[in-house]
Design a protein around this ligand. Structure first.
Ligand SMILES: *[C@@H]1O[C@H](CO)[C@@H](O)[C@H](O)[C@H]1NC(C)=O
Length: 518
């Protein structure tokens, strides 16, 4: 054995180190759980040892410990909050937005106060190499990394936005970056820049308020663990900016080419298993036998189909009846007199349907998982956004030319019909989605491999301090160069006064001399 092979063997032995990883994905929504499962699948495959906090039941496996936490009826709360009726009546008020924020914080509280989680923190034998926690508008989980004395990685389910980027760098520039509400696409006019800036300020103000509650929850829930470890409990404000990395469920193929810090890694698509699962028989039959192609219609998992007003429901079924295409509609409600070409299903293997060559159109609420999958499989969309970041995702998709948007109102069936005709008859949408699909797939490594790489990189480099942005601790007035501008102005004014003073003095002297000589 020569030196080189020994070197290689040592290297591969090091690379195969199994790390102990704490995964905190407690938000009770199907799409968030799918993202958590993406971490579990990829990290288990890489040989690591996981402790997974989740609201859903899951069987433990070799190298996988599951801590299931119970929630205070979060899911029902969300379901009753986001209904299509409210969307149409425009009653999704600001108050409800705050109550959503509060639910995220409550979920975080349920997680850190959970008995099993408390035991985990108190157990002196428990050790982790890294904590990966889902960031949902609260930083309470940054306490874990201090308790276990290991680096922290945030997983972000959305496109990069100010609230998360501020934790590792700075807010996005309101003059050319869109935000969560996604009202406009750049370039912006004066009015749009004003609105964007106001939204950024509004988000800051909301955070000041929520930070007070977060601090209180963090103080109470982590106190015992800090005491048991003989550590002084720092304030949450001190821990808030301590994350080594953000792993974002985003990619430039679906989002905007934003300026991003070195420790933001866009790994959108990691939730998709490279080998798509074979279609169950009943779905395979529908897709294989469709002559004109299949339209797949799903509004995601949060908004209940029940909340769709009866008139729209009937209108949609009647509109679908007149199409020559086959429709698979994920619809959790009963309906009489379903047309022959429509298949109503309560559950659908979304990825495997999109992967089928006969799937020609995806009508979606525009959740980021769905818009990512549409690029992965190259299927054009019609977006019907309901809440949160969906409006922004759909707007981006329309802007990129891979589909159209249809709003929810009494004209929805008519407008959706026109949109279906346009997207299916005009080749440009299919061409564009294939182009973007190429951009999506054309990466040095798959998103799952990239996920594993960066997690291991953070552990190996003990927190990846070399990636931290210097902007993190620079106050706003310095970023805007206000102090420089102020001092320059002073110097300039001083200079002007000095010159003026000298000139008047000289003139005065001259007149004095003249007076004297007279
Ligand atoms: C957090 O949860 C604990 C335990 O369930 C509860 O006693 C406490 O009031 C909660 N804190 C807040 C701010 O909701």
């Amino acid at each position: 054995m020569n030196f080189q092979t020994i070197h290689l063997l040592v290297l591969s032995a090091l690379a195969c180190d199994a790390y102990k990883i704490l995964l905190v994905f407690p938000f009770p929504s199907k799409s968030h759980a799918i993202l958590g499962e993406g971490y579990v699948r990829n990290l288990l495959k890489a040989g690591h040892e996981l402790t997974y906090i989740t609201p859903y039941p899951k069987d433990p496996a070799p190298n996988l410990r599951v801590i299931q936490i119970t929630q205070h009826a979060f899911e029902e709360k969300m379901n009753s909050m986001f209904t299509i009726e409210k969307l149409i009546d425009n009653t999704l008020a600001l108050k409800e937005m705050f109550s959503i924020l509060k639910s995220f914080i409550d979920t975080a509280n349920d997680t850190v106060s959970n008995t099993e989680v408390q035991q985990l923190m108190l157990d002196p034998q428990t050790h982790f190499d890294v904590v990966i926690a889902e960031w949902m508008l609260t930083e309470i989980f940054s306490g874990f990394s201090k308790i276990f004395n290991c680096p922290l990685i945030w997983s972000s389910s959305m496109e990069p936005q100010s609230p998360i980027l501020q934790l590792i760098d700075e807010m996005v520039h309101p003059a050319y970056s869109s935000n969560m509400l996604g009202l406009f696409e750049p370039p912006y006019n004066f009015f749009q820049r004003a609105i964007n800036t106001l939204i950024e300020i509004g988000l800051k103000v909301a955070k000041w308020f929520s930070a007070l509650i977060e601090e209180q929850i963090y103080k109470e829930a982590f106190a015992a663990a800090f005491k048991a470890k003989g550590l002084v409990q720092p304030s949450l404000e001190e821990l808030r900016y301590s994350a080594a990395l953000v792993l974002g469920n985003s990619h430039v193929s679906s989002g905007a080419p934003l300026k991003l810090p070195q420790n933001y890694k866009a790994i959108g698509g990691y939730h998709i298993d490279e080998q798509s699962k074979p279609l169950p028989k009943e779905f395979k039959n529908i897709l294989d036998n469709s002559k004109q192609g299949v339209i797949y219609f799903s509004l995601g998992s949060v908004v209940p189909s029940k909340s769709m007003p009866a008139a729209i429901k009937t209108g949609l079924f009647e509109m679908f009846r007149n199409l020559k295409h086959t429709v698979i509609w994920k619809f959790e409600d009963e309906f009489q007199n379903v047309p022959d070409n429509v298949h109503v299903v309560k559950w659908a293997p979304q990825q495997s349907i999109l992967a089928h060559p006969n799937c020609i159109l995806f009508i979606t609420h525009g959740g980021l998982l769905s818009t990512t999958e549409t690029l992965h499989y190259g299927v054009p969309i019609i977006g019907m956004p309901i809440f949160g970041d969906q409006a922004m995702n759909v707007k981006k998709a329309v802007h990129k030319g891979i589909g159209l948007e249809v709003k929810f109102d009494s004209d929805t069936p008519k407008n959706l019909k026109a949109a279906i005709n346009e997207v299916l008859s005009n080749q440009k949408y299919r061409d564009r989605v294939k182009e973007l699909s190429l951009i999506y797939h054309d990466r040095p490594v798959s998103p799952g491999a990239e996920l594993v790489h960066w997690v291991e990189h953070v552990v190996k480099t003990k927190g990846a301090l070399h990636l931290r942005s210097p902007a993190l601790h620079v106050p706003l007035y310095q970023k805007l160069l206000l102090d420089l501008i102020f001092v320059s102005l002073l110097l300039f004014l001083g200079f002007v006064f000095f010159v003026k003073f000298m000139v008047t003095r000289c003139l005065k002297k001259k007149t004095d001399i003249r007076k004297k000589t007279l």
